[in-house]
Design a protein around this ligand. Structure first.
Ligand SMILES: NC(=O)c1ccc[n+]([C@@H]2O[C@H](COP(=O)([O-])OP(=O)(O)OC[C@H]3O[C@@H](n4cnc5c(N)ncnc54)[C@H](O)[C@@H]3O)[C@@H](O)[C@H]2O)c1
Length: 344
């Protein structure tokens, strides 16, 4: 059986999902939904029908699954409409613009037993599986400290689109959420957050910069520094080679520090003292290898497998909700100056 997947939202990432559907063997792109002219353009590029609204699609040409690549502020309404129709969805991150919205999606999906995936495609990258394997095998010892950098330069015209200047569309919700997802996946649950943020560079309602302290459940501490208003090679986007839109650099953006080894990502360099764990002893680097496959393609492939009942979501709606809870803790801590503790 060929799984028919529609995409709602034919903008920046929706277009990439359409491209990512092409190599799939057991699934096909079957329709594009977007009220804007770009919808018809992308639909004709892929030779599939175009609909202006989700309800038109669902009524006239019910697909097996829908990718929701619409603006953040529409995710909850769009997701609830699909869930009510019993159609599995892959919702782009963030699930919603607040925890309440994300929780609504989780609850509705649980009650209706409709599978929901959250679009944290980086987890599908084989290099993450390799890093997780190394951490779980104990080769780094006990994870003690982590640092991550999400420094990007978004050009001025990126903000010509109104919703990108509004609450919920700053780099914390747009970019950091992926890093939080990976740090949780690799280092365990985040239990406390302390953050500061600033909009001093762009002056929009959203933050342009935030610095965050994290505490993980097993006691490890982390620092994350995010800004979309700096020129830098130190972000996942510019280092992981996942998206040809970004120039690739040979830099790293995460350092995971363990008692017997340090690992940087995404370049998968592992550092150890071969003779004795001591800063006075020689230190050497081992480059870990992995086979690259496009995580967006792997994510869609997994979506098709979930629809077919062959797999459970790698990143469920509950995982998306937890990421959202961490982000809300970041925003709340930045607003109040207080540390926010999250229940496990
Ligand atoms: N996974 C990633 O790496 C990644 C990257 C970029 C964006 N995103 C997420 O994807 C979503 C879209 O971001 P973008 O940058 O592609 O936005 P965009 O503005 O480029 O595109 C959004 C599109 O959705 C359309 N749209 C609006 N309302 C709609 C509706 N009700 N039904 C169907 N289409 C509708 C708009 O006309 C527009 O073409 C956001 O949630 C964003 O956070 C994820």
């Amino acid at each position: 059986m060929t799984i028919r997947i529609a995409i709602a939202g034919a903008g920046l990432i929706g277009h990439r999902h359409a491209a990512a559907s092409q190599p799939l063997k057991d699934a096909v792109l079957c329709a594009i939904v977007d009220p804007a002219p770009i919808g018809a353009t992308v639909a004709s590029e892929y030779d599939v029908p175009h609909y202006a609204t989700l309800s038109e699609l669902i009524t006239n040409d019910r697909p097996d699954g829908i990718v929701l690549a619409t603006p953040n502020q529409f995710h909850v309404d769009n997701a609830l409409e699909c869930i009510a129709a019993g159609i599995p969805i892959l919702v782009e991150k963030p699930l919603a613009i607040d925890v309440a919205g994300a929780a609504q999606i989780v609850k509705a999906a649980d009650q209706a037993r409709v599978p929901v995936l959250t679009g944290h495609h980086r987890r599908h990258n084989p290099l993450i599986a390799r890093a997780k394997e190394v951490i779980e095998s104990g080769q780094l010892g006990k994870i003690t400290a982590v640092q991550a950098s999400t420094w990007l330069c978004k050009p001025d015209d990126y903000f010509d689109v109104q919703w990108r200047r509004e609450k919920g569309a700053g780099p914390v919700y747009i970019n950091l959420i992926h890093d939080i997802d990976l740090l949780r996946h690799l280092c365990g649950e985040i239990v406390s957050v302390h953050a500061m943020e600033s909009n001093a560079t762009r002056g929009f309602d959203t933050e342009d910069t935030a610095v965050i302290l994290l505490k993980f459940a097993d006691g490890a501490l982390g620092t994350v520094n995010v800004s979309d208003a700096v020129v830098s090679p130190w972000s996942w986007e510019l280092t992981a080679r996942e998206n040809p839109m970004y120039p690739a650099t040979d830099q790293a953006c995460y350092q995971i520090g363990g008692t017997i080894g340090g690992l940087s990502l995404p370049n998968l360099s592992m550092w150890t003292h071969p003779q004795k764990n001591s800063w006075w002893e020689p230190i050497s680097k081992t480059k870990l290898v992995f086979d690259f496959e496009d995580p967006l393609v792997l994510q869609l492939k997994q979506f098709a497998d979930v629809i077919a009942g062959k797999a459970e979501p790698l990143v469920s709606a509950s995982e998306g909700l937890r990421n959202q809870q961490v982000l809300d803790a970041v925003k709340s801590s930045a607003a109040t100056g207080q540390t926010v503790h999250l229940s496990t």
